[in-house]
Design a protein around this ligand. Structure first.
Ligand SMILES: C[S@@+](CC[C@H](N)C(=O)[O-])C[C@H]1O[C@@H](n2cnc3c(N)ncnc32)[C@H](O)[C@@H]1O
Length: 151
């Protein structure tokens, strides 16, 4: 069972690290709990996921997030986004946006630590000059990979 605190902890980190990002894409956002947490912090958030049953958040795009999604955000994020992890980084790179992901499972069976290294390397080779890692104070997969074009 994933830690229920993860949405507030991640939302706090995002607001602290990216204070000027007011429009946020929350990719693979499940029920929309991160959307709710970020909305409470004054952000405008669109969640992308396939869930029929979700919270009554203002913007919920019930579809798979792809590189073709029109860019209406200043930050792209994902909490435990499974198969959407790489596309978050690639999309952010394409649109020169910052990103933050809290990876869990890889999309190809790669163990966790190599997966984390792979994602950081993907960010660097995609053009991000600033790639950093933080850790949320919670149980379970808590390491965050962040990328930005300005420090
Ligand atoms: C482990 S769940 C995490 C959900 C939520 N972020 C949370 O922490 O509870 C992974 C979610 O990723 C979604 N997902 C995977 N690939 C996706 C994609 N390309 N676009 C949108 N959602 C995706 C799945 O539908 C699923 O809801």
């Amino acid at each position: 069972m994933a830690d229920k605190r993860r949405f507030d902890l991640f939302a706090d980190l995002l607001v602290e690290r990216f204070p000027s990002a007011s429009r946020i894409f929350d990719v693979a956002g499940g029920q929309g709990r991160l959307n709710e947490a970020l909305t409470q912090r004054g952000r405008t958030v669109t969640t992308f996921d396939l869930r029929h049953k979700h919270l009554p958040v203002r913007h919920y795009a019930q579809r798979i997030f792809t590189l073709d999604e029109p860019c209406e955000a200043e930050l792209v994020v994902g909490m435990h986004p499974d198969g959407a992890t790489r596309v978050i980084i690639e999309y952010a790179a394409r649109h020169q946006l910052p990103f933050a992901v809290v990876p869990c499972c890889s999309d190809n069976g790669m163990p966790y630590n190599p997966w984390m290294r792979h994602l950081q390397e993907l960010a660097r080779t995609s053009g991000f000059p600033h790639v950093e890692e933080r850790t949320l104070s919670m149980d379970g997969r808590a390491r965050v990979v962040l990328g930005a074009f300005v420090a």
